[in-house]
Design a binder for this molecule. Sequence first.
Ligand SMILES: [Zn+2]
Length: 333
Amino acid sequence: MSDPRTAPVDPAGSHHAHDPSDGCGAPGPASGSRAATGDGASVGEAGEVRRFWGRLGLPGLVDVHTHFMPERVLHKVWDYFDAQGPLTGRLEWPITYRKEEAERTALLREFGVRAFTAMLYPHKPGMARWLNAWAADFAHRTPDCLHTATLFPEPGVEAYVREAVEAGARVFKAHVQVGAYDPADELLQRAWGVLAEARIPVVIHCGSGPAPGKHTGPGPMARVMARHPKLRLIVAHLGMPEYEEFLGLAERYGEVRLDTTMAFTDFTEGFMPFPRHALPRLAELGDRVLLGSDFPNLPYPYVHQLHALERLGLGRGWLRAVCHDNAALLFGL
Ligand SMILES: [Zn+2]
């Protein structure tokens, strides 16, 4: 079930015996010119990533699901993955990009990720406002990061969500599994209303993978959407393992989207495979599927997520939309 390429990688290094800048494996006329920009970055994994979007004729990637958070919070998350805590499904989960923040943003730029997010989330009350302040500062000093904010069911949530919106937040993150709350909780209703009204997307981890939470699964989200049918929900991880139920939610509500984070990779297919018979529905929803990666916490190289999307065989148009155009439209990039 694990990807053969889970060994730590040095994306700027030369460990790829097959890599190179000789253009092999780069079919199509656009790829060579786009990938080999001569800036020295197009080697190793960064070169592979750049050749991927270059082949598609894109100006780069937009990744709606990347994690940036205060260092000590991020280190706690990494410690949790290392300890194979229950929320990870007790899986062996080597963090591929365990690097300093500046190196991580530099790496996304080397990959040609034009815009990304700072997915951060509280696991208890009294934390969201502080995380939002950090995220506002991060977005301020990181212009290619879409200003991200978060929320938790607690008194005052409507007020700080409004404040974040007024401060320019462009995307929210909610984590039903880690937060262990019901997203349909009465305390959140007015906050969801504010976000629906402002048409600000919310990336929400609400599926029951890699391990279920008390309130994960399609039921609670269906209740949220019934009350806020215009809410721009982005179902993280394609709702795994309840892929089909969440595809159904997107089919029912035109503002529901899905991110690809970790879906279709060798790692995930090993224990939560996407049902092949649902591929036509995924193709049909091609204008509402968005690239997400979980960078830096993914247990395989970044380029594997891209290749995992490509091998679905849904075509160049679908890939272009998913890897760039849908998010560019949604966020006005
Ligand atoms: Zn994530």
